[in-house]
Design a protein around this ligand. Structure first.
Ligand code: FAD
Length: 441
């Protein structure tokens, strides 16, 4: 292939470009609508309190040089392999890598600032349409568009203005215009809610924050100091209830964090081998527990959150949001604690949607994905958590046929792999796809 276009330059798109430049000879065009390529949603934060939730030793950008990031960090006097580094620093690492790869590639990398709104195929290849009316042609296109924004909960009244209801905590400033007598509600109790609580704390907000989700489950903390996880004695058992029983037994012996980490090398294979109904049951019943044990937070972040709780400034609750309405300068919120027949009423200054990304393409407002879906070039995976791809990252069309020139990478391929969210898996995916696309025709 002579020319490959990548849509989206977050972690996955940037690493895809870097690996294609390393392994192949094609020209690469990276299209990114945000100001700063390479950072994406996770590493654009300007808050020093937002730390990586994985130790530096596991955050190398390269599958074949495992200590690359730890060495980069140490060379700058910012820590070592055991450090939970600042996410903004990790973004600088990625920016530097992309710039260096571009410099070394002798003009083969082009970065375009703009939004891709269509991809269409004709005899001569793929044509990418941009929001400003421009277009470009490529032999192949890789969709690397990251997660979809969170869905608006149905109970959020349309009368609530943007200042009262923040649809996407990454898209605006959730801390502006607050006073210490205000109350805030975070819908969700996962990693996004933790980030939001830290932002409010860093801005000096002294009011009360309620974080609410159906089960009220909160991400667990990593153990202080590095720990090794024994290999599984045998391959994990391939039925959901047997698997759960096996993990429970391991947890009793070595603790939940290690029991979940033990599964890590097997997760993609387990998911890929599972029939669709088993995947759906996992998502319905086990996902909330999986998420809080698998995606843990740095011990120092857990200590900050615990201090906010102890001071009565933050509380995590299990319950259901019943309704919201405009009341004076704030929003009245009715919610029902889990297991209770009674509702409670709160007057809040701001509601922040921390429910995390949605995956259902059909409900996505993204023009590019809408067009691809309407044209039958992509389809939702059977669990409706992303874009359906085969094992080679080739996008499946509405008939289930793999495309020869349209690929997808990143968290939106979780329908095929499930464990494709964090750096160690994404770097491998981009490495393998670059090698495949760089093979001589
Ligand atoms: C807050 C947060 C913290 C995380 N922390 C860690 C961590 O500590 N350790 C770890 O291993 N993993 C972490 N992750 C997970 C993982 O690293 C990220 O999800 C990963 O960065 C995903 O990268 P991505 O490029 O696939 O998606 P994104 O980072 O979302 O990037 C997608 C990019 O595509 C662009 N885009 C989308 N559509 C278009 C379009 N039509 N035209 C042009 N541009 C477009 C977007 O602007 C965006 O820049 C974290 C994730 C989040 C959200």
């Amino acid at each position: 292939m002579n020319h490959i276009a990548i849509i989206g330059a977050g972690y996955s798109g940037a690493l895809q470009a870097i690996n294609l430049l390393r392994f192949g000879t094609a020209r690469i065009t990276l299209i990114e609508r945000a100001e700063r390529p390479a950072r994406g949603a996770a590493y654009s934060t300007s808050y020093p309190d937002h730390l990586l939730n994985v130790r530096a030793a596991k955050m190398s950008a390269f599958a074949d040089t495992q200590d690359h990031f730890a060495n980069w960090l140490a060379a700058r006097g910012q820590g070592d392999g055991a450090t939970f580094a600042e996410r903004r620093l990790y973004g600088t690492y990625l920016e530097e890598l992309l710039a260096a790869a571009g410099d070394a590639a002798g003009g083969r990398l082009r970065i375009i600032k703009g939004e891709a709104v269509s991809v269409t195929r004709d005899g001569s290849g793929e044509t990418i349409g941009l929001a400003d009316g421009e277009s470009l042609q490529a032999d192949a296109v890789i969709l690397s568009v990251g997660n979809l924004p969170p869905e608006r909960p149905r109970v959020i009244s349309p009368e609530l203005p943007d200042d009262l209801y923040v649809a996407d905590p990454w898209a605006g400033d959730i801390t502006s215009g607050l006073s210490d007598s205000d109350q805030m509600i975070l819908i969700g109790t996962g990693l996004t809610a933790i980030d939001a609580a830290l932002m409010l704390d860093a801005a000096g907000f002294k009011g009360r924050i309620l974080a609410l989700s159906r089960r009220g489950l909160v991400p667990r903390a990593h153990e202080a100091g590095p720990h090794s996880v024994p290999d599984l004695a045998q391959e994990p058992i391939d039925t959901l209830s047997h698997l759960l029983a096996s993990v429970r037994r391991s947890a009793a012996a070595i603790g939940w964090p290690s029991a979940v980490d033990q599964l890590r090398p097997h997760t993609q294979a387990l998911w890929s081998a599972a029939p669709v109904d088993r995947r759906r049951r996992f998502l319905r019943h086990l996902r909330p527990w999986w998420d809080v044990h698998r995606h843990r937070i740095a011990p120092e972040i857990a200590a900050r959150i615990a201090a906010m709780e102890a001071e009565g400034r933050l509380s995590f609750q299990a319950g259901k949001l019943v309704s919201t309405s405009l009341r004076g300068e704030g929003a009245e919120l009715v919610w029902r604690p889990r297991g209770s027949g009674q509702t409670e009423v709160l007057l809040v200054r701001r509601i922040v949607n921390c429910t995390g990304p949605q995956g259902d393409l059909a409900r996505a407002g993204e023009p590019l994905l809408r067009q691809l879906l309407q044209d039958g070039r992509v389809r939702a995976d059977p669990c409706r958590i992303g874009i359906d791809v085969d094992a080679k990252c080739r996008v499946l069309d509405s008939n289930g046929s793999p495309s020869a020139s349209l690929y997808a990478i990143g968290p939106m391929t979780r329908g095929a792999l499930w464990e494709i969210v964090a750096v160690p898996d994404l770097r491998l995916q981009t490495h393998q796809l670059a090698q495949t696309l760089s093979l001589p025709a």
